[in-house]
Design a protein around this ligand. Structure first.
Ligand code: ATP
Ligand code: DP6
Length: 302
């Protein structure tokens, strides 16, 4: 039981998570609720000093309900994704003791205590720069620290995945693979690090923001419509990606830039082709991205 008699204490944790850019993209779910993908994907995690989310989570006996602020505006936590992450972390919470302040929270207390969450993205939200990836990775990581969850990073990635699929990859730095897994409960759908931040450290990623406006079709909706209507998506996941994933892993292992760039561009182009093959078609690229792509190796996410 929480020991302090006073109700004026507050415990806080702040964490920062980087976003990640997929070089073999996740597009399509086989289970919407658990967020289980139809393909493996590979990404590069950016340096956290650039595009990142900073999240502070706080607990106090004074809080009467869970609340969250995103970029200084209160948002609802009633959505299934937030609820699932909170529930998964709470169910693994441990004892927390702050001897100096005389605070002692037993693991059985976490079900009765409420949290306040304040999160800030230092880049455009919901604009195609993977804010949900950095956001849910940071949320899960900071809650896990606050509640003393002792799980390995792979297990935490499976919880972040239930907030947003791409978030599982932001729990690791460097080059990361999200293994789609086979288990219908999602236990093996986790992120694994292929190579750390030091590997290939002369690779420079340039993010060119061609629009900061919120996308007209969210990734969640877009990929659902592609799964339902695009024959190209099914060809991509069964015929193209198993080989492309192996080739990308090899290009990363050997720091082979020509192969890495060719595979990344091919995958980005096929992703946009799937969007066009979706009914009704989805357009994530704008005129600026169309003008940039042929002249450089900058790979536009959307
Ligand atoms: N810092 C954050 N903390 C928690 N949730 C966040 C955070 N930032 C964004 N989100 C959630 O993610 C949603 C945006 O996700 P969405 O997939 O549509 O866009 P994106 O991740 O920016 O782009 P994409 O996935 O296409 O690269 C927001 O509406 C919000 O619900
Ligand atoms: C094009 C992508 O950026 C799509 C990311 O989709 P999300 O992870 O945002 O989707 P949900 O799982 O529905 O939250 C490709 C990628 O990051 O792999």
């Amino acid at each position: 039981m929480a020991t302090e008699s006073k109700k004026d204490w507050i415990l806080m944790v702040t964490a920062r998570s980087p976003t990640n850019i997929a070089v073999v993209k996740y597009w399509g779910k086989r289970d919407e609720a658990l967020i289980l993908p139809i393909n493996d994907s590979i990404s590069v995690t950016l340096d956290p000093s650039h595009l990142c989310t900073t999240t502070t989570v706080a607990v106090s006996p004074n809080f009467d309900r869970d609340r969250m602020w995103l970029n200084a505006k209160e948002i609802s936590l009633s959505g299934g994704r937030y609820q699932r992450c909170l529930r998964e972390i709470r169910s693994r919470a441990g004892d927390v003791e702050d001897e100096e302040r005389g605070i002692c929270i037993g693991k059985e207390d976490w079900g009765k205590l409420h949290v306040h969450i304040a999160s800030y993205n230092n880049f455009p939200t919901a604009a195609g720069l993977a804010s949900s990836a950095a956001g849910f990775a940071c949320l899960v990581y900071s809650l896990a620290k606050l509640m003393n969850v002792r799980e390995e990073q792979g297990k935490l990635s499976a919880i972040a995945r239930q907030g947003s699929g791409s978030a599982c990859r932001s729990l690791f730095g460097g080059f990361v693979k999200w293994e789609m897994g086979k288990d219908s409960a999602g236990s093996d759908s986790i992120a694994v690090q292929l190579a750390d931040e030091q590997h290939w450290n002369d690779l420079v990623i340039i993010i060119a923001v061609v629009s900061s406006r919120q996308k007209e079709t969210s990734s969640t909706t877009g990929m659902r419509e592609s799964v339902e209507t695009s024959p190209l998506l099914h060809y991509r996941s069964t015929e193209v990606l198993p080989k492309r994933i192996l080739q990308m892993e090899e290009a990363i292992r050997t720091c082979d830039f020509p192969s890495f760039a060719r595979l990344t561009c091919a995958d980005s182009n096929q992703f946009h082709a799937v969007c066009l093959d979706t009914s009704p078609p989805i357009f994530y690229m704008n005129n600026t991205s169309h003008r940039q792509v042929p002249h450089s190796f900058i790979v536009s996410l959307h």
